[in-house]
Write a protein that binds this ligand. Sequence first.
Ligand SMILES: Nc1ncnc2c1ncn2[C@@H]1O[C@H](COP(=O)(O)OP(=O)(O)OP(=O)(O)O)[C@@H](O)[C@H]1O
Ligand SMILES: [Mg+2]
Length: 492
Amino acid sequence: MEIKELLQGIKFSAAHPSVLEREALHLTCQSTDVKPGTLFVAIKGESKDGHVFVEDAFRKGAVACVTDMHSDKPFAAQLPLIRTENTRFVFSLLAARHFLHPSRDVGVTGITGTNGKTTTSFLVQHIFNRFSSCGLIGTVHYQIGNQIIPSKNTTPSAYDLNWMLAQMKKVGMKHCSMEISSHALTQDRAAHLRFRSAVFTNLTQDHLDYYKDMETYYQAKRKLFVKTPRPEKVFINIDNAYGARLAGEIYPRPFTFGIVNKADFMAHDIRVGLGGIAFNVRAREKLIPVRVAMPCLHNVYNVLGAFACAYEEGWDPEAIADSLRTFRGVPGRMQKVDAGQDFFVFVDYAHSPDAFHNVLSSVKKLAAKRIITVFGCGGDRDNAKRPLMGREAGLFSDTVVLTSDNPRSEDPEKILDQIQVGVETRPGKQVLRITNREEAIHRALDIAEAGDIVLVLGKGHENYQIVGDQKHPFDDRLVIEKLLRESARVGA
Ligand SMILES: Nc1ncnc2c1ncn2[C@@H]1O[C@H](COP(=O)(O)OP(=O)(O)OP(=O)(O)O)[C@@H](O)[C@H]1O
Ligand SMILES: [Mg+2]
């Protein structure tokens, strides 16, 4: 596409206007990806500033460079620089144009919130595949047609998002289920996508290392619902206080869902077991029984959100409910590890105080015997949540085994100290500290007796442990299976 076409409607000034007639063969904001004919967009990021690489980009054959900074370097006047404001926002528009706005042809369901994005996105994809063909972009992986691509980022760059949607369109996919992280919203990565549906799962404390307070974090999430173009349909969990607030702030009136507050999509007669959940969805005047093989009360919300999106596509509610019968769960989300042992083991990705509360309180209601919880907190990330997660673990568990969860550059023992402060607000619990995660899991499995529930929290589907700047292979599920098989307990 010609550069002037790409820039249509954007305010800019070009030092060498003839460059606007040239074709941009490629588009990137990464100087390492520049090839001859590329339009390079310099963006000031959090760790690197793309403006530093402008000369380098031209050396590699960039046709022009879009920048939002004034350069007084002598070379600047010689080069075809295009000056504009907020290159990050502009890049998102250029990416959508470069790929001919694929979100106009692929119906995107965008899901945001502190917890439940991945789970809801898998549910949406599963249900939509019954009626149509649905791709996936999120934390666990990306899926285009039958191709599964390992995930780099919950919500990748504007370029990758549009590239993937264009690929989905090419292979004939009609829908895409997409997680939208708050970081992506802050950085306008999805700013120029068109959303057929947007879902708000909840907002609770997390990422306070990145956002200075909850209000800033809320405003980041809110962007998805007030951006231009607006999502065609909006679905909000109004049992969450921020959800209720959001529902009152946007127009036209969104669809609501919940269990407690009166909503458009409500769950009634909820039954929760270790094997899954069953309830009736009330949608308009209809009551539709639903059964999903995924334990814990919070998953009722995830199912409701996904159900509501499918219902408003106009699909038969009985068929939607039927599709959920074959849902096999989400990797690392209350995933049961069963090697024939006489106690229960679940791996879950809970890594925020609210997720801890939900998983533990739900499991506590079902536990006939003891709960043994193994977990840690990530290093170099929000440390305010450490004692809060400790508190929840102490509240609902009989034994807490504190261990490492990506300590990164921090001293693992110091992280454990901060978690332990919270656990100790609940006296009388057995607290063990074993920084080596495999040994900690080993210990928990050793302690477990028939009927007990072992919860290994925090890593979910992750298959690594980051210590210092080294990424070591580590998968809770494989480690547990190995330890169970090695122990004499299996099949007893
Ligand atoms: N609707 C929900 N409400 C509260 N907690 C939830 C909900 N759904 C899932 N959780 C908890 O949060 C954890 C993460 O869930 P999930 O991966 O679906 O969320 P996410 O929003 O994609 O998280 P992330 O931003 O880390 O990718 C789960 O393992 C579970 O413990
Ligand atoms: Mg996720």
